[in-house]
Ligand binder design. Structure first.
Ligand code: BTN
Length: 321
């Protein structure tokens, strides 16, 4: 099916005969594959008598060979899958047999994409980036301090570099444009964080998505295409993401998150805002002072500074801020 998609991705008309010849199958086998493509991947295909078939919207598929041949980018092995439950889950499954580290998994779609706090991540075929990088971390839990915030900075740099200059960060590691979510980050751990462990850095970036399955994303969202009014090349985005991640993770490993604190504050959209922090039962209300050297959020609560950390925490703006 992927071979057929590669032929159709330009959005032009291709006759059933030409497609069959290119794939070495009959015209009726092409027709069957097209049915599967429409049903399983929700990709509309137009058929016009005498001209053939074309995708309603052109696609630019992820290209594993191209990604693995990039020079001047980190030599991390890419594994591209047409469809997977979750790239984070797949990365964890591949870890025991990985030939080298770091490596990363990309998928054209996820059927059970994972978000923070038990949420799902809507992952339609061929439109966005679903990316999971596996890195080895040694030296204890301290090495994990601020890692997800460093990843946020790396991702934000990529987004800025491709032209979405309005994007900023929301603690702990959402990327927003205004109040609309553009990207999210989910770190998952394998092994003993006190000794040697592996971290799966999962990134979901809305790239070319313009409509989502009716209301499936339960919050305001945007995509790079919606912001820039043009289609983006996801392979080029991945190459830049690898470069930026390599740079920011190196700084965080060598000098700690403290070395990135100022840059992080400069990009924090909610700096100084009045927020409510959801941390279990009752939300804590306060004003955002910033983050500390470990990436924990500092709030002024009734005039007293309090520091909070943990992957299950979440901020929202208070109405009066
Ligand atoms: C969030 O809730 O903001 C985090 C979303 C993280 C989604 C990405 S998509 C690639 C990777 N695989 C997953 O299942 N989740 C992460």
């Amino acid at each position: 099916m992927l071979a057929l998609l590669r032929l159709l991705q330009d959005g032009r008309f291709h006759s059933g005969e030409a497609l069959g010849a290119a794939l070495g199958v009959s015209r009726s086998a092409v027709w069957k594959q097209l049915q599967v493509l429409q049903a399983e991947l929700s990709l509309p295909v137009h058929k016009v008598r005498g001209r053939g078939y074309r995708l309603e919207t052109p696609l630019q598929l992820l290209d594993e060979d191209w990604l693995n041949a990039q020079v001047g980018a980190p030599q991390w092995h890419a594994c591209v899958m047409p469809s997977v439950d979750s790239t984070n889950a797949e990365a964890l499954r591949l870890l025991p047999s990985a030939a080298s580290l770091p490596f990363y998994v990309l998928a054209e779609r996820q059927t059970s994409g994972r978000g923070r706090r038990g949420r799902s991540w809507i992952s339609p075929f061929g439109e966005n980036l679903y990316y999971s990088l596996v890195v080895r971390v040694e030296g204890g839990v301290r090495q994990l301090d601020g890692m997800s915030l460093a990843v946020g900075l790396a991702l934000l740099n990529v987004i800025h570099c491709f032209g979405v200059t309005e994007a900023g960060l929301k603690w702990p590691n959402d990327v927003l444009v205004g109040d609309r979510k553009l990207a999210g980050i989910l770190l998952e751990l394998s092994g003993d964080p006190a000794d040697i462990c592996h971290v799966v850095i999962g990134i979901g970036l809305n790239v070319n998505m313009l409509v989502s399955e009716a209301g499936a994303i339960g919050q305001p969202w945007t995509s790079m295409r919606a912001e820039l009014a043009c289609l983006l090349n996801r392979n080029e985005l991945v190459t830049e993401l690898n470069k930026q991640l390599s740079r920011y993770l190196d700084i965080q490993r060598r000098d700690g998150f403290a070395a990135l604190q100022d840059e992080w504050h400069a990009n924090h959209l909610w700096q100084g805002r009045s927020v409510a922090l959801t941390a279990g039962a009752a939300p804590v209300e306060g004003k955002v002072l910033g983050v500390d050297h470990s990436g924990a959020i500092r709030l002024s609560v009734d005039g007293v500074e309090r520091v909070f950390s943990g992957g299950e925490l979440s901020l929202r703006l208070r109405d009066d801020s």
